[in-house]
Design a protein around this ligand. Structure first.
Ligand code: MRU
Length: 347
């Protein structure tokens, strides 16, 4: 069984599974400085929208944990500086900003308490967000499982599993829940160039859980659909606009176009913390562009001329009209998404 804590708090330190080292090494980083949390997010030692949000929340706790409990002005300034710096770590996942807002709210609400108690209130909030995230994933899983046929052949992209969340996963949570409810589930995992989250993380996580999983390169998805090897596509999300447009790992948009062409349902599983109802559509979602060397190389190996130009957006936006349903902890949202989101998702 996949039974590892992606993120946890232990005696003044944040423990994170170092996802850059999977599947070869399963090791945890012990972090006691919020700046190291920022680096872990940027280098993708922790990644996946909900997991980044949780790391951000615990980062705020770390920022104040070792401060003396006398200098109130310095305490507040440090907490606010940490929140502002963590915000700049990666731009696309809404969960980061959402989690930091929750932490800022708890900070403001408790500011008059002794600083020792403010620290405890921040820690409790980060832990609450972690527990709540796992609960949300389980609810997403239960709602999503009902959409799948009894023999489900599911294509997924990137990693929207336990490794990308507090535990259980969003897209992979749906697969777990479907299997728990007695359905037979087979999975095709796209490798997810350039950083191979599908190959390194989803294949690892699903094999640990004894799923029937087959790894394909991203360019094989069209053929797999044409050969009728899959009857559903399920992915996660990094940010969802008010009209249902979805930003997710680069390559998601291509899969949605392919699924539409082959008349295969295309589902997006995400908690309400991923929704950005202030954005009318996906055009304003900030898309992270990452270092060119990620594309020029395969692992540590250079596979292109060292000076070739590269375009490396980490995410793309799938237009809402290509999406069959959004699976949230508040239920399955169907088109028209603008109405369903306004009804079910509170900012
Ligand atoms: O760049 P990453 O690995 O952080 O991208 C992750 C994804 O795109 C996931 O699909 C998304 O965050 C959802 S995770 C439940």
């Amino acid at each position: 069984m996949f039974d590892y804590d992606t993120i946890s708090w232990n005696d003044g330190r944040v423990l994170l599974i170092d996802q850059t080292r999977l599947p070869n090494d399963l090791v945890a980083l012990a972090i006691s400085d919020y700046r190291a949390i920022v680096r872990a997010i940027q280098t993708m030692q922790v990644r996946g929208a909900p997991a980044i949000g949780l790391a951000a929340a615990f980062g705020v706790v770390l920022a104040v944990w070792r401060l003396d409990e006398v200098d109130r002005a310095g305490f507040i300034e440090t907490a606010n500086t940490a929140i502002d710096e963590i915000k700049k770590s990666r731009p696309t996942a809404k969960n980061t900003f959402w989690a930091l807002e929750q932490m800022r709210r708890v900070l403001s609400k408790n500011l008059n308490l002794p600083l020792r108690e403010v620290k405890q209130a921040l820690l409790q909030e980060a832990q609450r967000l972690l527990n709540e995230d796992v609960e949300r994933c389980k609810r997403i899983g239960r709602f999503g499982a009902e959409l799948l046929p009894n023999r489900a052949f599911v294509l997924t992209h990137c990693n929207a599993g336990a490794l990308a969340t507090g535990g259980y996963g969003t897209a992979l949570g749906v697969l777990r829940s479907a299997r728990e409810s007695g359905k037979k589930v087979q999975v095709y995992a796209c490798e997810t160039r350039p950083l191979l989250q599908g190959a390194r993380l989803t294949a690892f996580e699903l094999l640990e859980d004894e799923f029937d999983v087959t790894l394909i390169t991203d360019s094989m998805a069209a053929l797999v659909m044409r050969e009728q090897k899959v009857n559903a596509v399920i992915v996660g999300a990094d940010r969802i606009a008010a009209n249902g447009d979805v930003a997710n790992k680069i390559g998601t948009y291509s899969l949605a176009v392919l699924a539409h062409h082959h008349e295969i349902p295309f589902y997006v599983a995400a908690p309400s913390s991923t929704f950005d109802v202030d954005l009318p559509d996906g055009s304003a979602i900030p898309i992270e562009e990452r270092n060119a060397d990620e594309v020029r190389s395969f692992g540590q190996q250079l596979i292109a001329p060292a000076d070739v130009q590269v375009y490396n957006p980490a995410f793309d936006v799938t237009p809402h009209r290509l999406i069959s349903a959004l699976i949230t902890e508040n239920g399955v949202l169907l088109p028209p998404f603008d109405r369903a989101i306004a009804d079910k998702i509170k900012s």
